[in-house]
Design a binder for this molecule. Sequence first.
Ligand SMILES: *[C@@H]1O[C@H](CO)[C@@H](O)[C@H](O)[C@H]1NC(C)=O
Ligand SMILES: *[C@@H]1O[C@H](CO)[C@@H](O)[C@H](O)[C@H]1NC(C)=O
Ligand SMILES: *[C@@H]1O[C@H](CO)[C@@H](O)[C@H](O)[C@H]1NC(C)=O
Length: 405
Amino acid sequence: MELQFVVFAMFVIVASSSCLCVRLTSHDLRHSFNVLDYGAVGNGKNDESRAFMDAWKDTCSAIYESSTLVIPKEKTFMLQPLWFMGPCNSPTIYVKLEGTIIAPNTIEGWKWPNENDRGSWIRFSYINGLVVYGGGLIDGKGAPWWDCYSNVMCESENPTALHFHACENLILTGLTHINSPRNHISLNACHGSQISKLHIIAPNESPNTDGIDIAESSNVVIENSKMETGDDCIAINHGSTSIDIVGIFCGPGHGISVGSLGRNGAEESVEKIYVRNCTFNGTTNGVRIKTWMGGNGYARKVTFEDIILIEANNPVIIDQEYNPYDSLYGYAVKVSDVTFRNIRGTSISKHAIQLHCDGSISCTNIILEGINITSSIGEEVHASCKNVNGICNSCIPYVPCLSQE
Ligand SMILES: *[C@@H]1O[C@H](CO)[C@@H](O)[C@H](O)[C@H]1NC(C)=O
Ligand SMILES: *[C@@H]1O[C@H](CO)[C@@H](O)[C@H](O)[C@H]1NC(C)=O
Ligand SMILES: *[C@@H]1O[C@H](CO)[C@@H](O)[C@H](O)[C@H]1NC(C)=O
């Protein structure tokens, strides 16, 4: 009896201590790292960048099932441009943003870690299994940058607020993003991303304040979000494939765009883009494919479906004459296999449907189906086309250049 107990006790000690030796060092016992424990104050004034970096180092180096950086609620943290670099050790890295983070108030107040790399404010790179959530707010304090942008005397290369580079299996959900100096969120070289329940807000007239820009990325889902900005709600750029956009409420803003592609003669391509169940309210465009003259590459297998328009300007548009100055003629990005299906509502301009393709290459297999766009101001609306081949089934307004089945 006694002997059995001793053996059992020894077993427990050996088992647990070997476990301790192999897996845990002292700080690995915690897998949650609160910026307040690293000296952050959260008064909206102090530069908290140092505390965030220190907390990030521990979050990223912890070896656990998951590791969490906590940015607590009811506090506001002012941050300089800050780059969260991976790779990290835990397979899942949570950034639980419950509070508010703000950029410096003035352009002069920004301190760059690298003067040659002023592209973005908050950046996450090379992190697999990153989950950014928590209901918090990211405020890019864009106003001085927008003023500078519209003043010729002021040189500014306005930065992106939140940039993700080479993050596999990213989840970004439930945050509010306001007043970025430039685009609010950009994704570059990120494969397998799920973005949902965001609210993105910037003034109607703020320049280049896109909601989300995507490039060089695949298998991205963006859903159930509201975007009210001064530029595109979502722009899908070169190197994007398998992008699903569902349940976006867009407006004010410039709509959802594929491109622009092919600037300065570049070869740029996108494919397998699916935009479904979106509403455009007072946007300057609705669903748009835009390419620069003189470019190369393709935009193909693009579907826009179940779209509601409320007083949208240029609601359905393929524009291959985008900024036609400075271009090489005789080249164009090839646009093919594009479907616009079940698109209904009102246009504030007469140009309900514009399919303007390049004469050197034409757009092919463009299918319109179940379109009903009427004027919001009691005018006639019409469709215009150039160099486009395809079919239109039950389209209001009538699209003269497409055949009907
Ligand atoms: C359509 O989008 C809205 C948000 O704009 C969402 O509430 C609704 O559930 C979506 N419906 C479908 C069928 O996806
Ligand atoms: C569309 O935008 C207008 C102007 O901002 C607003 O008054 C209206 O409520 C919006 N409509 C919907 C359905 O949200
Ligand atoms: C098109 O929309 C208008 C305005 O909503 C509506 O009165 C009309 O019946 C619709 N036509 C078809 C064929 O659905």
